[in-house]
Design a protein around this ligand. Structure first.
Ligand SMILES: [Zn+2]
Length: 188
């Protein structure tokens, strides 16, 4: 489980290069800013691209954003990648779940329910992990911006998951997962 839940190698979350401006997808590098947070950079770079005329679908695809809700969005966790692993998080840079506006907290719960349904529909897993690490001591790699992990699980993958095991359990690449989950949200 340590491999899945800690430590988040944030510069890999979106597949961006491991230098400054963590979280800015390579395809959206036109955005010149740096908010010092992988998730804030991710959403800002995607929004900047859209405001610059890039089709929203293309910008969100480059950022691996599978769904946008009112106060929160859902994106793929690209590394360490296990098939279907997504993050549900507020657009706002907030570290405490307790301090979130109630509507935002409820939207996270709503999106978690939808992801559980989508996992069942797409992957028929044996189980699902839904969880949040609040604070570095709890294992959060991006402690300043809370995010809920949602991922499908299969019997036999509970203790450790090697690359080989992941491949055996569900051989699906990131782009395929992206399209399937995005389509599932649109088709609900
Ligand atoms: Zn942030």
């Amino acid at each position: 489980m340590d491999y899945l839940w800690t430590p988040w190698r944030y510069h890999y979350v979106t597949g961006a290069a491991p230098e400054a401006r963590k979280g800015v997808p390579a395809a959206l590098a036109d955005w010149p800013g740096d908010l010092g947070c992988v998730f804030c950079n991710l959403i800002a770079a995607a929004d900047h691209a859209i405001q610059s005329g890039v089709p929203a679908d293309s910008a969100d695809s480059a950022a691996h954003i599978v769904h946008r809700a009112s106060a929160c969005f859902v994106c793929l966790n690209a590394f360490p990648y296990t098939s279907g692993h997504v993050l549900i998080l507020p657009y706002a840079h907030e570290s405490s779940f307790a301090d979130l506006p109630t509507t935002t907290a409820h939207e996270i719960a709503d999106l978690a329910q939808r992801m559980e349904r989508i996992f069942a529909q797409l992957y028929r897993p044996h189980g699902v992990n839904l969880g949040m690490n609040l604070g570095e001591a709890a294992g959060a790699g991006v402690a300043g911006h809370l995010h809920l992990h949602a991922l499908p699980r299969w019997a036999g993958d509970t203790n450790f998951m090697t690359t080989l095991a992941e491949t055996r359990i569900l051989p699906e690449d990131l782009d395929t997962t992206y399209l399937r989950i995005r389509k599932a949200f649109q088709g609900e």
